[in-house]
Ligand binder design. Structure first.
Ligand code: PRP
Length: 186
């Protein structure tokens, strides 16, 4: 048994459900963006896995860019202070942009990104996320393309990390409480 398997408490979304969810998101986006100049913006680092699967399932032409944010805080909770670590490579004025995120927790990261990108005058700006924790939302964020609502539990896998690990898991699972409580206490 590997260390990572010992740390997982349960599987919340298995590979098959995620694949079906991503295929549905891709089908909706493909239908909505036919004939439009689509740019997918992945929010590093958590969104890389979703973005990689999503863009390969799209049937419409598109480009990809990345932006990186970080929220200071404990191992499992945000501080509410979001900062930009890496900006986009290109201008987005006049383009149809979809921000791609792995998870909306408090919503503060997406709120910050939408406020940052809106003044750059994209033709449209929408959000696609795999997971949303409705009970944790602190701000109103309009998520047009959402995979799954999940309860307020700390999850890892499919891009989501704990201390930079577990992003490579093909499923989304909960971490055993001892693992993150030990880290929070440090
Ligand atoms: C995570 C996640 C979202 C954000 C969601 O990113 O990928 O970007 O937190 O939380 P919020 O809705 O409370 O703002 P994190 O800052 O952990 O960086 P990472 O993507 O590099 O793991």
């Amino acid at each position: 048994m590997q260390d990572r398997d010992r740390d997982i408490e349960s599987v919340l979304l298995d590979e098959e459900r995620i694949r079906a969810g991503v295929a549905e998101l891709a089908a909706r986006i493909s239908a909505d963006y036919q004939g439009r100049d689509l740019l997918l913006v992945g929010v590093l680092k958590g969104a890389v896995v979703l973005l990689a699967d999503l863009c390969r399932a799209l049937t419409v032409p598109h480009e990809v860019d990345f932006i990186a944010t970080s929220s200071y805080g404990s191992a499992t909770e945000t501080s509410g202070v979001v900062r930009l670590l890496k900006d986009l490579d290109r201008e987005i004025a006049g383009r149809h942009v979809i921000l791609v995120e792995d998870i909306v927790d408090t919503g503060l990261t997406l709120d910050y990104l939408l406020e940052t990108l809106r003044p750059r005058r994209p033709a449209s700006l929408e959000v696609c996320v795999l997971l949303c924790k409705p009970q944790e939302l602190r701000v109103d964020v309009d998520v047009k393309y959402k995979g799954f609502d999940i309860p307020s539990v700390f999850v890892v896998g499919y891009g989501l990390d704990f201390a930079e690990r577990y992003r490579n898991l093909s499923f989304v699972g909960t971490l055993r409480r001892e693992v993150y409580e030990q880290a929070d206490a440090r």
